[in-house]
Design a protein around this ligand. Structure first.
Ligand code: HEM
Length: 397
């Protein structure tokens, strides 16, 4: 597998769609066997491929920090260590518990139903554009308390936050970074205005909760609130889109799966977990070593950055039987797709609920779904975010 050095977050690129979509799993397998803890001399960066090593590093928050250089604005919880991480996370964690999220269920069902109704008349629909993208954006817009009409902007911003460079050159990376900077500035201005408005017109939404919150008697700064909003918008969008797209892809690769799901709706929860494991929407996490640490004879030094390939951990044969097979009702399924430990994905219950509702309704409303013969694989150009840009499908009611 081709790896190219193009900067802190985008070191790894896959040169073709095929390499990105399928070849990466062969690369992971090769690395798990040949060199599961590999040092990239030029970058002072480690690539880690085995489940047990990745799990141990994620759990070891004392040595492996989530802090990273912030390009713009305030750091968000994803890139903070305790105690600030714990304090900020606790402000919103209540809003994301399964119990609290159940209040949103009828609304999510309604949004899903409307989107699927619009898909039904079409000879070919695009699962990404017609359902998997708008659903999570509309839901998070509601939870944050911002207008759904601004979805077009949200899409543009979140796409740029997670995109990889078009090609592995320094110029392409610089072009991307310029666009990213612009879109972060736009996003920040947008949220600053919303915050200003909500200060005088509070409602029961997350932005109002953050405006009102205090940590040890101190209010959050506007910068901290903006960066929280930015994270919630970006973290929940593309990832959930890809959960739905990638799970559907796994189901349709084996023609009998879709029918099996229709006949056994109780498998939907399990199929979503398998979709998460098999083609994880987030393929890698980052950490930085705060101290020297030896793992299996390899000496990770203070300051080294570490890339944890959770997409590889999820295919580790030592953890999962038949790891390279999509098993619709796999149980147990201890995948690492939502991370683990203190940074475990805050939105996991929401993403699961959205996926569940989407597949419940799809399997009810379409008796059959097929991939068209002229299907062209178009994966997102990123080593870390994994999914399809487009997923045209033929559905029969
Ligand atoms: C953290 C994946 C959906 C909000 C994470 C992490 C992963 C992840 C792997 C841990 C990162 C690390 O340890 O460095 C996913 C996937 C999703 C998804 C695969 C969908 C299938 C969502 C949604 C939201 C969300 C819907 C919010 C609405 C967050 C936040 C964090 C996070 C705020 C940071 C938590 C912390 O640092 O304490 N997510 N996520 N995610 N996710 Fe998600």
């Amino acid at each position: 597998m081709k790896q190219k050095t193009v900067g802190f977050f985008s070191r790894h690129t896959f040169s073709t769609s095929e390499e990105n979509w399928n070849g990466r799993f062969e690369w992971y397998e090769k690395m798990r066997k040949a060199s599961p803890i590999t040092y990239n001399e030029e970058e002072k960066c480690w690539d880690i491929f085995l489940y047990e090593d990745i799990e141990a590093i994620i759990k070891n928050k004392e040595i492996f920090s989530s802090q990273r250089p912030v390009q713009q604005g305030e750091p968000n919880i994803l890139s903070l260590d305790p105690p600030r991480h714990t304090q900020l996370r606790s402000l919103v964690s209540k809003a994301f518990t399964p119990r609290e999220l159940n209040l949103w269920k009828p609304r999510i069902e309604q949004i899903t139903e409307n989107l699927i109704d619009d898909m039904k008349g079409k000879a070919t629909f695009d699962l990404i554009k017609d359902l998997a993208y708008p659903l999570p954006v509309m839901v998070i817009a509601d939870i944050l308390g911002v207008p759904e009409e601004d979805m077009g902007d949200f899409k543009r911003w979140s796409d740029l936050l997670v995109a990889g460079p078009e090609d592995p050159t320094e110029e392409a990376l610089q072009r991307l970074q310029k666009l990213r900077t612009q879109s972060i500035t736009e996003m920040d201005t947008y949220f600053e205005e919303i915050i200003k408005y909500k200060r005088t017109h509070p409602k029961e939404d997350i932005i109002s909760i953050l405006i009102d919150a205090e940590i040890e008697g101190q209010k959050l700064t506007d910068g901290e609130i903006v960066s929280f909003c930015r994270l919630l918008l970006a973290a929940g969008n593309e990832t959930t889109t890809n959960l739905i797209g990638n799970t559907m892809y796994g189901l349709l690769e084996e023609p009998s799966h879709y029918q099996e799901l229709q006949q056994n709706p109780e498998y939907i929860t399990l199929a979503i977990e398998e979709g998460l494991r098999y083609r994880s929407p987030v393929q890698a996490l980052h950490r930085i070593a705060k101290e020297d640490k030896e793992i299996k004879g390899q000496n990770i030094r203070k300051g080294d950055s570490v890339t944890l390939w959770i997409g590889s951990a999820n295919r580790d044969e030592n953890k999962f039987e038949n790891a390279n097979h999509f098993i619709i009702n796999r149980k147990p399924n201890p995948h690492l797709s939502f991370g683990k430990g203190i940074h475990f994905c805050l939105g996991a219950p929401l993403a699961r609920m959205e996926g569940q509702i989407a597949f419940e309704q799809l399997t009810k409303k379409f008796s059959k779904i097929c991939i068209p013969h002229n299907f062209e694989l178009l994966p997102i150009q990123s080593a870390f975010v994994f999914g399809l840009k487009e997923f045209p499908l033929e559905g029969q009611e």
